[in-house]
Design a protein around this ligand. Structure first.
Ligand SMILES: Cc1cc2nc3c(=O)[nH]c(=O)nc-3n(C[C@H](O)[C@H](O)[C@H](O)COP(=O)(O)OP(=O)(O)OC[C@H]3O[C@@H](n4cnc5c(N)ncnc54)[C@H](O)[C@@H]3O)c2cc1C
Length: 413
């Protein structure tokens, strides 16, 4: 066993956004904190790689400026965000439909009213649901009895055809499941944030978000390539056999290490997603927007370089397409055929740059889903992350913040 590290008040295990937020709040309260991270960089599920001049996020994801924790903690200007158009496109067997927020893009109103996307009853229901989600205080949304998204859409008066055309393809890409079984409470909070905020990407890739959080911590707070193997009576033991004494330990590891470090903590099931990154000689869309598919052969696709030009070197376009589950034999070939149809272009000239499968991408959020849960796992032991809240940057940050509050309360007792 190597010599123990200096004792610290609180050890945070894991430098994803939850662990980084927790560390920040504890440090701000004057508590000594060390963060240890198994990986070679901070960020966890929010990391970006550079491959031959392309920016490749570890699974396609977007950044929402309306999330309260995001607004509180991040300098949005510093992230040099580039927006998606407010809305998305839907590929249907009868052609492409556009759905846009008409309050932000009034010129899309005629298309919305044309009846191609929705008849009058569905449009009225959509207007009412959106107005409620956008304007009601979040407390009211949170207190409503919870049900599945599917039931909520039926209760809101949407026709099944409209749900299949608009909500199901879109929501599948957000929650990484296509049965609409996710909590309606979570759906309403996400819809609210989409209506109130802007969906965008940082110029340097999604990994810029945790990097900005880490940059706000004093130097040497985070120790990389240090995996914790077990918790001890007074701290933790690393995989290299080093003791780290601490008065409290916060396990912010994501689902992977929770069963080993805190077997008493129950985890939800996790959704698996695979993102294919194709390089095309030119953009097949020419618009920074998401494209979904009513046949659900993919969750969504987008030309990343139409959103952030520096995601691809000049003369190339980078297309990210996500599907449920893992890669498999013939999957990319079948996907390419679907993409050719959806974009209305040949894909023979496209190259597959890389494929990213994320095993533990998002927690399943079945109703009734509490938007936040205590982080206290045992005396002196805490657990935070998106599995204690909602599967989003907002949920992970809020859970980290809650862990810090609960640790502080207990340390000061
Ligand atoms: C493909 C994909 C798409 C997504 N899309 C969106 C989106 O569009 N919008 C949105 O808001 N959210 C999205 N999310 C969700 C969001 O990325 C996560 O909710 C959030 O990043 C989770 O952060 P976390 O800190 O809870 O966990 P993690 O990011 O998993 O961080 C845990 C950290 O702990 C480290 N660790 C694990 N075990 C140990 C150990 N034993 N010792 C030390 N360190 C350890 C890991 O290396 C990791 O760095 C998406 C996620 C994925 C994967």
């Amino acid at each position: 066993m190597s010599a123990p590290l200096d004792a610290t008040d609180v050890l945070v295990v894991g430098a994803g956004v939850a662990g980084l937020a927790c560390a920040r709040d504890l440090l701000a309260a004057g508590v000594g904190v060390r963060v240890v991270e198994a990986g070679d960089a901070v960020g966890g599920r929010m990391r970006s790689d550079r491959i031959g001049g392309f920016v490749v996020d570890r699974g396609f994801q977007v950044f929402n400026t309306a999330y309260p924790q995001v607004r509180r903690r991040l300098d949005l200007k510093g992230l040099r965000l580039r927006p998606f158009t407010p809305g998305f496109l839907v590929h249907t067997p009868n052609g492409r439909l556009g759905f846009s927020d008409p309050t932000r893009r009034p010129r899309t109103l005629p298309e919305l009213l044309s009846g191609r996307l929705a008849g009058p009853r569905d449009l009225a229901a959509l207007g009412l649901l959106s107005a409620r989600d956008m304007l009601l205080p979040p407390g009211r949304l949170k207190r409503r009895p919870d049900t599945t998204a599917r039931t909520a859409f039926a209760d809101a008066g949407f026709s099944e055809a409209f749900v299949e055309r608009l909500f199901r393809p879109f929501v599948s890409g957000v929650f990484l499941e296509d049965e609409l079984e996710t909590s309606a409470r979570v759906f309403h909070m996400v819809w609210r944030s989409m209506l109130r905020g802007t969906i965008c990407l940082p110029t340097e890739g999604i990994g810029a978000v945790p990097q900005a959080l880490a940059a706000a911590l004093p130097r040497d707070t985070v120790r990389l390539e240090t995996a914790v193997a077990s918790l001890t009576g007074d701290g933790a033991l690393t995989a290299a056999g080093q003791e780290i004494p601490a008065r409290a330990v916060v396990v912010a590891t994501g689902p992977g290490s929770v069963p080993t470090l805190l077997p008493e903590v129950a985890l939800p099931a996790y959704r698996i997603v695979t993102t294919y990154y194709h390089v095309a000689p030119r953009s097949p869309l020419g618009e920074p927007t998401l494209l979904t598919d009513t046949r659900r052969r993919f969750l969504n696709t987008c030309v990343l370089s139409d959103v952030v030009s520096s995601y691809a070197p000049p003369g190339h376009a980078l297309v990210a397409t996500s599907v449920l589950g893992r890669d498999g034999q013939d999957r990319e070939r079948e996907l390419r055929a679907a993409l050719g149809e959806a974009y209305g272009t040949g894909t023979d000239g496209w190259d597959l740059l890389t494929v990213r499968t994320i095993e533990d991408a998002l927690p399943a959020m079945a109703p009734p889903h509490p938007l936040t849960r205590t982080t206290r796992a045992a005396p002196g032991r805490y657990v935070c992350g998106d599995h204690r809240a909602t599967g989003s940057v907002q949920g992970a940050l809020a859970s980290g913040a809650r862990a810090a509050r609960e640790v502080l309360r207990d340390l000061r007792r």
